[in-house]
Design a protein around this ligand. Structure first.
Ligand code: ADP
Ligand code: MG
Length: 249
């Protein structure tokens, strides 16, 4: 990135928010992406030359054995990790070209993460966990609170707003995490084995919520072993094996 393009910190949110999603064709585009981890003298090629385009509003389910590179791929799309080769575009923005401060704000505005083990902040209530990602917006505290309450209603947790994570069941914690992922109304939802730790009833609720998010126009990318997620209406199924991505035909 040249100096001319340098971002002024205060303007980052405004600039990122103003990305015009109307003109964006791909929610995610990867060109020849590889990720190599170095552990001492050992090198692991977690991702090998991945090419992938995910359209706006598309539902993509990716399956693959443990260790095949699913989490690595998701973390790179979510700007948590970076590619060692190739280019990553999210909402047409080449996120690898920017520094960590831009990437942090960019992912808050554009991606909602749902993890296998929920990753809620243990000292915050359900409501506060949902409010947390909204801090960088220009909304007032009242608005943030009101919006967060509505999100908890949408995941059927209106009665649990003041509960701390340990006072919630696994399924309820995951639904708080889904509400949190929706906090800034991002165009892309990234889910890493979202139903793996849940009982069948809670897993169904999570699948229904992912489907609702898809129907509301969001691109949903789910790494999963759950065949019912793979069967989601309209979903594209891809498979990972040893760092290589292929379409499942
Ligand atoms: P999956 O999510 O499909 O189980 P991962 O993406 O977690 O697979 O891991 C892919 C490969 O990369 C594995 O061999 C794993 O051990 C390795 N790996 C993942 N993260 C790191 C890391 N931070 N440092 C070194 N190796 C890693
Ligand atoms: Mg994983």
């Amino acid at each position: 990135m040249s100096d001319d393009d340098a971002w002024v910190a205060d303007d980052i949110y405004e600039t990122i928010e103003s990305i015009d999603s109307d003109g964006v064709k791909f929610a995610v585009r990867l060109e020849n992406v590889s990720r190599r981890y170095s552990l001492g003298k050992r090198e692991i090629d977690a991702l090998k030359n991945i090419n992938l385009g995910i359209g706006m509003g598309e539902f993509v389910a990716i399956t693959g054995a443990s260790g095949s590179g699913k989490t690595t791929l998701l973390n790179i799309i979510g700007a948590i990790d970076y590619a060692t080769e190739g280019r990553v575009f999210v909402m047409d923005v080449p996120i690898g070209d920017y520094d960590e401060s831009f990437r942090a704000t960019f992912r808050l505005a554009n991606t909602g993460f749902i993890f296998q083990s929920y990753n809620l902040i243990s000292t915050l209530t359900a409501l506060e966990n949902v409010m947390f990602p909204m801090q960088l917006t220009d909304k007032s505290l009242d608005e943030i609170q009101e919006d967060s309450l509505q999100l908890l209603e949408r995941v059927w947790l209106a009665e649990r707003t003041d509960h701390l994570p340990w006072q919630l069941s696994s399924g309820e914690q995951q639904r708080v995490a889904i509400a949190r992922a929706m906090a800034n109304d991002p165009p892309i939802i990234l889910a890493d084995e979202p139903t793996a730790n849940l009982d069948s009833e809670s897993a169904k609720m999570v699948r229904d919520l992912l489907q609702l998010l898809h129907q509301s126009g969001k691109a949903v990318i789910a790494m999963t072993h759950d065949s019912a997620i793979v069967r989601t209406k309209g979903a594209r199924h891809l498979t990972m094996a040893d760092g290589v991505l292929s379409s499942n035909v």
